[in-house]
Design a protein. Sequence first.
Length: 189
Amino acid sequence: MDQDAVLALFRQSGALLEGHFKLSSGLHSERYLQSALVLQHPEFAEALGRALAGRTDHLQATVVLSPALGGIVIGQEVGRSLGVRAIFAERQDGTLQLRRGFTLDANDRVLVVEDVITTGGSTRETAAVAESYGARVIGAAAIVDRGSDPARLSLPMQTLVKLDVPTYQPDACPLCARGVAVVKPGSRA
Ligand SMILES: [Zn+2]
């Protein structure tokens, strides 16, 4: 699946909008990305998971680990396609951790899977959870790379799409300056 095919799935499901948006952070952007909207379609989630599995099967992961909630659906699909377990880490008292009886050990080769990698901070935090069990993290994969720095990640990383989503303070927004009406994503115009 090439970049255009992935973007077509995002656009078709309303997961990628172009215009002038006010994000939940209060910042403005010309793009709105909500991967949950593409992943709500099981056939799209499966296709994206298969594509990521195809790029990572050489790493010979024994388990997929995703950060909750955003990574769970795509992690499940990558695990399905690779034929390995798919587990997730979730935040409790501010710390990402394994719960629900999920565990890892020194024999595990862990692939960290997320929907979107932005700074890579969540990827590193998820990798650290696996390492705290003595497991080996052998790579990271995400559907969308929003401008991560692979050098800082220090892990082999596979993504299906690179997508820049610049954000602006409202008083520095070029679209506001041009007088384009701003829309809150999710509200129907
Ligand atoms: Zn604006």
